[in-house]
Each structure stands twice: as structure tokens, then as C-alpha cells.
Design a binder for this molecule. Structure first.
Ligand code: C2E
Ligand code: MG
Ligand code: MG
Ligand code: MG
Length: 282
């Protein structure tokens, strides 16, 4: 029915803006169905210690498998879900599913791996966010230390005092906090002194340039030194080549995530590739 409506509506829309609005409305409707019909799944991408090569954890990355359109990228629908508020329901499902999955891996791997989950600003700022995390930890009996929440610098801009308070509550629960896409937001660095965080994730655009551009090496080096001085862990994301990996190792980056060591994969494949078959890495 929604599809019918969409078709009939289409002829009334002409300009590019209208098309964008219509597309958004259609995605919003489709997202409702996706939530109701469980069309989401999580892929997992491994994260490794650069110096030892050891698997330290994974990032959960959502995928929307639409019955007709196939796989839809989160870059496409997360911003819309954020705008419509649907991110709250989706985000709660992501946390619950990721916690369920890490427990399965705990049975084989001990309770040593850490699960990173992306948290949208609207989700983080929702008043019951900390309560939801607390409830999930309680239900699953997961070690809080095994859960890492990736937030972006954007939450620093919104309301610094509120964010600090929420982060402190999360720290009291014992979960880890990472700053995702570090260096790409427009916030000042002053929040780094005030936020109780554990890790910086160096954004991919900086990593892309480190084999070619002296400036990118300088930026990445500075972020790593900054992290060390603030006693934070530092992970590079979007590492695609061995050359980049070697530079990051020589710069004393702590951790690596990227296609060169593993793409995001479904849970079963992750089990086969990284949990069962954990090859020593040289
Ligand atoms: P992100 O959190 O910064 O995730 C990293 C993105 O880079 C992922 O894209 C990942 O698949 C991709 N990636 C990792 N290594 C490489 C590499 O070596 N090369 C290249 N070209 N790409 C690499 P993905 O999965 O499409 O996710 C895009 C963004 O969507 C994420 O960026 C995150 O902001 C958002 N997202 C994904 N899952 C969730 C979720 O469950 N909740 C929320 N709120 N946002 C999510
Ligand atoms: Mg992330
Ligand atoms: Mg990122
Ligand atoms: Mg991101």
C-alpha cells in the first residue's frame, strides 16, 4: 500500500528537493517495516593490537537487508533514522543483539574480547540511555568491561555538562567509551580533558593519506602522542594497506581496524575466521 501511494505521489514531485523529501518519506516508512519485521542484522569487523597482532575485539556494524532492495548501507539510513527518531528503537536492538553475540563468543574465547557499538547522538542524549545499558548488562550478565560505546564529537557540542554527567554514569557502570571519527568533528579539543573516555579512533581520511602526505603523517602522529599523554588508547580505522599498517606500528599506534586485516562479516563467518581459527599473526 505504501508502495502504491509512493507511485501515485511520484508524478507530483518534480524538483530534486522534492525527490529527496519523497525518498526520505519512503525510507521512513520502510524503516518502520524493517523494525517490525526484523530486517536488520549485525556484521562484525575485527580489531587487533598492532604490536602483538592479537585479536582484541570487534565493532558491530548494522546492515539492513531489505526484501526487495537488498543490502542498504547504514551511511544511507542511519542519518534518516536519526532525524525521524527511529534510531532509538534501532539502536536499542543493536546493543541487545551485540551483547547477545559477545556472550556466544565468550563461551569459546573466555571473557576477554571487547564489543564496540556505535551510538548516535540522539540515542546517547535520550534520557533513559544509561538505564537501557544498565538493564542490558543486568540481563546478559556481561562484564561491563567487554562493552565499548563509540560516540562522536557531536555530543560534545550539544550540551557539554549533560554529556559529562552521562559519561560519568556510564563509567560507573564500567563500560568503555571511544570517540569515533576523531578529528573530523568541529568541536574544540577542550572536551578531551573533561570527558571520561578510554579511546580515540583516528578517522579514515587521515589514515588514507599517511603513505603519501607528510601532513597526514603529522596529524596522525600528533593524535597518537595526544592520546598517550592523556592516557587514552588509540585505534586507527580504515587501514587498507600493509604500508599504512607498518607506518602506524612505527608511530606506536595501539590498535588497528581495517580491510587489510578484516572486513565486516556476519557473526558465523567471524566465528570461523577470527574466533576458531585465530592464527598467530606476523
Ligand atoms: P563508523 O562507525 O566510522 O564505521 C566505520 C565504517 O568504515 C564502516 O562502514 C566500515 O565497514 C568501514 N570500514 C572499515 N574498515 C574499512 C576500510 O579499510 N576501508 C573502507 N573503505 N571502509 C572501511 P559501514 O559499516 O558502512 O558504516 C558506516 C557508518 O554507519 C559507521 O561509521 C557508523 O557511523 C554508522 N553505523 C554503522 N552501524 C551503526 C549502528 O549500529 N548504529 C549507529 N548509530 N550507527 C551505525
Ligand atoms: Mg564506529
Ligand atoms: Mg569511524
Ligand atoms: Mg561514524
Amino acid at each position: 500500500r505504501a508502495k502504491e501511494q509512493g507511485k501515485n505521489q511520484y508524478q507530483f514531485f518534480n524538483g530534486e528537493m522534492d525527490r529527496v523529501v519523497l525518498q526520505k518519506t519512503m525510507i521512513e516508512t520502510a524503516l518502520h517495516e524493517a523494525i517490525d519485521n526484523k530486517q536488520f542484522t549485525l556484521f562484525y569487523q575485527p580489531q587487533f593490537d598492532v604490536q602483538t597482532g592479537e585479536l582484541i575485539g570487534m565493532e558491530a556494524l548494522i546492515r539492513w537487508i531489505h526484501p526487495k532492495l537488498g543490502v542498504i548501507s547504514p551511511a544511507m539510513f542511519i542519518p534518516i533514522a536519526e532525524e525521524t527518531g527511529q534510531i532509538i528503537a534501532i539502536g536499542e536492538w543493536v546493543i541487545e543483539e551485540a551483547c547477545r553475540q559477545i556472550q556466544i563468543w565468550n563461551e569459546r574465547h573466555g571473557r576477554s574480547l571487547r564489543m564496540s557499538v556505535n551510538i548516535s547522538p540522539k540515542q546517547f542524549l535520550k534520557e533513559n540511555f544509561v538505564e537501557h545499558i544498565r538493564a542490558v548488562l543486568q540481563q546478559t550478565q556481561l562484564l561491563p568491561d567487554q562493552l565499548d560505546l563509540e560516540i562522536t564529537e557531536g555530543v560534545a557540542v550539544f550540551n557539554e555538562q549533560y554529556t559529562i554527567q552521562k559519561l560519568q554514569q556510564l563509567k560507573q557502570l564500567g563500560v568503555h567509551i571511544s570517540i569515533d571519527d576523531f578529528g573530523t568533528g568541529y568541536s574544540s579539543l577542550s572536551y578531551l580533558r573533561k570527558f571520561p573516555i578510554d579511546r580515540l579512533k583516528i578517522a579514515k581520511p587521515f589514515i588514507d593519506g599517511i603513505t603519501e602526505e607528510k601532513e597526514d603523517v603529522a596529524v596522525v602522529k600528533a593524535i597518537i602522542v595526544l592520546a598517550k599523554n592523556l592516557k587514552l588508547r588509540v585505534i586507527a580505522e580504515g587501514v587498507e594497506t600493509l604500508q599504512q599498517l607498518n607506518i602506524l606500528r612505527s608511530l606506536q599506534c595501539d590498535e588497528i581496524q581495517g580491510y587489510v586485516l578484516g572486513k565486516p562479516v556476519p557473526a558465523d563467518l567471524f566465528t570461523t575466521l577470527y574466533i576458531e581459527n585465530q592464527l598467530p599473526h606476523d
